[in-house]
Design a protein around this ligand. Structure first.
Ligand code: PGA
Length: 250
């Protein structure tokens, strides 16, 4: 695992965007696994900027998003379809038919999950998976204490996650209670993983994820077993690691 230290949010965003940009320049037909949340917004902004300057071409890229709320239509402003379109896809030249987000409105959610896994397999797997980390240690919507061996599946959201995401809705009651997420097993099959984290609020969980025991209580801890993980985090998010494992940040 490589840990890349950034000074602050914009620096984290630029460094992570550089890694994605290098991937697409080296392999223009890459399959990118993408994430939502506040953390990757700056990464997308930077990639859009470089696209506008003519530095990156997404015309052959396929994308696969990690998760989507159950029950939200793609046009719902809090759906992850909407987030991806607004923050990334509509600003670049990726083909809309090459972008994939689980369908939270599917009538048969299990069939949708199976379709999603097959789609990823048919694309030849994910070349580079971008991840944020939740305060619970979740990656995607894989909340604590679930099996590590799941592919895409339906999850009940943790109360802490519902409360964390309530800031985007009118009230906590409007936050969907279920989501479809790529499972830990599906995430671990990505060839490369790029985890981004910023701010003091993530410092404790980042330390537990990267240096604590590998256990379902902290889903992101499984990444310790992945052969190609790069973490890009700012000083604030690295503050507990700096204290407990300074040698890791040399
Ligand atoms: P955040 O979410 O980037 O909004 O903190 C991260 C996550 O829940 O994965």
């Amino acid at each position: 695992m490589k840990i890349i230290r950034a000074t602050e949010y914009n620096d984290m965003s630029r460094k992570a965007a550089n890694i994605i940009s290098a991937q697409v320049i080296l392999y223009p037909d890459s399959v990118l696994g993408l994430a939502t949340g506040s953390t990757p917004l700056g990464v997308y902004r930077q990639l859009v900027d470089w696209f506008r300057k003519g530095d990156i071409d997404f015309s052959k890229v396929h994308s696969v998003n990690l998760d989507e709320y159950v029950g939200l239509a793609p046009e719902h402003p809090q759906s992850y379809h909407y987030y991806m379109n607004e923050n990334f896809f509509r600003h670049i030249n990726i083909k809309p038919e090459n972008t994939n987000v689980p369908n939270g409105l599917a009538e048969d959610i299990d069939a949708e999950c199976a379709r999603y896994d097959k789609l990823i397999a048919d694309l030849g797997g994910i070349d580079l998976q971008l991840l944020g980390i939740g305060h619970t240690g979740h990656i995607g919507f894989n909340e604590p204490d679930q099996d590590f061996d799941k592919m895409t599946h339906k999850v009940k959201l943790n109360q802490k996650t519902i409360e964390a995401n309530a800031r985007f809705f009118n009230s906590v009651d409007e936050v969907p209670k279920y989501a479809i997420t790529m499972g830990i097993k599906a995430i671990m099959q990505a060839k490369k993983i790029l985890l981004v984290a910023n701010g003091e609020g993530k410092a404790e969980i980042l330390d537990r994820a990267l240096f604590g025991p590998v256990a379902p209580a902290v889903p992101a801890s499984i990444l310790q077993l992945h052969p190609d993980v790069t973490v890009v985090a700012d000083e604030a998010a690295l503050s507990v690691i700096q204290k407990n494992h300074p040698e890791a940040l040399m």
